[in-house]
Design a binder for this molecule. Structure first.
Ligand code: ZN
Length: 191
């Protein structure tokens, strides 16, 4: 749920929102939507993404449907603290590509009174929890799970099927390498 839709929006405190789901479920679009609404309300918004994600654009976060927002690329979550000093809203895209310290960085930001929005994959291509997103879910006040549509059967989909044999956990790409599948149609790779 977007906190801007709550009847009781938190006051005098920060908080953490997590938007998670599989690929093609609209996570980045949802992050962009929330960030845009905050900007329209004249709040200072900064968006970060990890360096690993070089697809489409280096200085923007871009959803698969090509909505975009200016963002800053960082090598490590610790860089976000200094770069967020004047911000009221801090967005993080591709949270699953950060290290475990993303959790403490987001805690610090929220404790400073900022609204923190983290988008990311909650499962890897094997259907296993994708750290540090499970830890982010545990400490977040608000959680949105976005679902895609299974390309095989049309059911709501929460898994990312890899269409190649690679066993690298991180293999950046889009429609040529991955597709969304439901629990029933998902075929986990052989161990
Ligand atoms: Zn299916």
């Amino acid at each position: 749920m977007d906190t801007s839709e709550l009847h009781n929006v938190p006051r005098n405190t920060g908080w953490i929102e997590v938007v998670c789901g599989c690929m093609f479920s609209g996570k980045t679009e949802e992050l962009i939507r929330r960030a845009r609404r905050a900007e329209i309300a004249k709040q200072k918004v900064v968006i970060f993404k990890p360096r690993i994600d070089n697809r489409y654009s280096a200085r923007h976060i871009v959803s698969h449907s090509e909505q975009s927002l200016t963002s800053t690329v960082v090598d490590d979550a610790s860089e976000i603290l200094a770069l967020s000093e004047n911000a009221q809203v801090v967005g993080v895209d591709e949270g699953q590509f950060f290290k475990a310290n993303l959790v403490e960085v987001c805690e610090k930001l929220a404790n400073q009174g900022k609204r923190v929005i983290v988008a990311g994959l909650d499962q890897d291509y094997r259907g296993k929890p994708f750290e540090p997103m499970p830890q982010m879910l545990a400490i977040a006040e608000y959680i949105t799970k976005t679902l895609a549509i299974c390309v095989v059967c049309g059911n709501p989909a929460d898994r990312t099927q890899r269409k190649t044999q690679s066993a690298d956990r991180v293999l950046v790409g889009a429609k040529d390498i991955y597709e969304a599948r439901c629990r029933h149609c998902f075929e986990p790779p052989s161990e």
